[in-house]
Design a protein around this ligand. Structure first.
Ligand code: MRU
Length: 357
């Protein structure tokens, strides 16, 4: 296989293919640490605790989980091998429910393994096929990021002020990213954007990760608290909003990081285009609308304790911590995918790209 890994890739396979090397996104921006992940429990934990995060990146990671696990099984019995693989991958799949890319990659790898087994492949041959498929998933992700970045850039003007929420850059994908892709690609081509990055409470992906990526790329950027978005829009500083996505329902409703919906509502109020950027694989045709998307609930301690030396609320206070929200398709100006730019009515345009129109 031809993929040449870069150190900046958030996930990559070790040379002996026995583990996945991942940037520990929990430690950024203070420390750039790489962790080696080789067991199913470590894989589950890496996703659940957001060491590995961002929908497409989780998909690439899950792709690599399959050959790493497969190589660790001692058995040469294909039935037993498949049972172990199914159990482990389904366990990993249960770590985070909202982003579709995780279950998409798990299903893709399991279908491949089952197909190989039906054709009489040995466990060694199945492991090799899983490795090749994982690299293919990674290569496809790199390719889709570039296509999305190009398409997104075509909607922006030099000098635009852009608001983004959470982190949809290279850390959340493979190179360039989706929501940040047009900005990073534009920067390489000499565009000057000014990017406002919502800090994105409670896990601060905007302040920690988006700002880290933008500063490293030399993009003019400003971090704002989530409750400042209306003010910067009102002051005329924002010409477009760009966000990533975790799941796109068949009618164009979009699940993304908690807080995205309120940004979309504000953008509509101030007449600012609200663009969602994500790969075709994020479209979930089996989910007719956003009401059917399962929203991950996370512990209240993330709000109370995570970034404070002392708890910021009294013991005994209760917390509600949904990790995602769903933006109604009526608030979305366009959905930018690697297969083209989708415009309302989304039920039609989303059906159209499935049919290759
Ligand atoms: O909880 P996270 O950090 O995994 O949430 C990430 C997001 O919501 C991103 O916007 C989304 O996954 C798209 S990443 C290209």
């Amino acid at each position: 296989m031809s993929l040449v890994y870069r150190e900046s890739d958030p996930v990559r396979l070790s040379d002996d293919r026995r583990s996945i090397i991942a940037i520990d996104q929990r430690k950024l921006p203070g420390e750039v640490i790489y962790i080696n992940i080789s067991t199913a429990d470590q894989m589950f934990d890496a996703i659940y605790t957001l060491a590995v995060r961002g929908a497409p990146c989780i998909g690439v990671f899950a792709g690599y989980c399959a050959p790493v696990l497969a190589a660790s099984y001692k058995t040469t019995d294909t039935g037993e091998f498949l049972t172990k693989l199914r159990d482990d991958l389904n366990h990993i799949d249960s770590s985070r429910p909202t982003a579709v890319n995780l279950s998409w990659a798990v299903k893709r790898q399991l279908a491949l393994a089952e197909g190989c087994a039906e054709r009489g492949s040995s466990t060694g041959e199945i492991t090799e096929a899983l490795y090749e498929e994982a690299v293919r998933i990674h290569e496809e992700d790199i390719d889709m990021c570039l296509k999305i970045s190009e398409a997104g850039l075509s909607l922006l003007k030099d000098g635009d002020g852009i608001l983004t929420h959470c982190n949809a850059g290279a850390l959340a994908t493979s190179r360039y990213g989706t929501g940040l892709g047009p900005i990073l690609l534009g920067r390489e081509r000499g565009y000057d954007f000014h990017v406002y990055s919502d800090e994105t409470r409670p896990l601060l992906q905007g302040a920690r990760l988006t700002a880290y990526e933008l500063v490293n790329a030399g993009v003019d950027e400003t971090v704002i608290c989530d409750d400042m978005a209306a003010q910067v829009m009102k002051e005329g500083r924002i010409q477009a909003v760009l966000t990533g996505c975790d799941r796109i329902a068949a009618n164009g409703d979009v699940a993304n990081k908690i807080g995205t919906m309120q940004v979309a509502i504000l953008a509509r109020y101030y007449g600012i285009p609200f663009y969602v950027l994500g790969p075709y694989s994020t479209i979930d045709y089996a989910t007719p609308n956003g009401d059917q998307i399962k929203i991950e609930q996370r512990p209240g301690e993330e709000i109370r304790d995570m970034w404070y030396s002392k708890s910021m609320a009294p013991m005994g206070a209760s917390f509600y911590n949904p990790a995602f929200d769903v933006t109604d398709n009526s608030l979305i100006t366009a959905i930018i995918t690697d297969k083209g730019i989708l415009r309302p009515p989304y039920t039609e345009s989303i059906k159209g790209i499935q049919a290759g129109e």
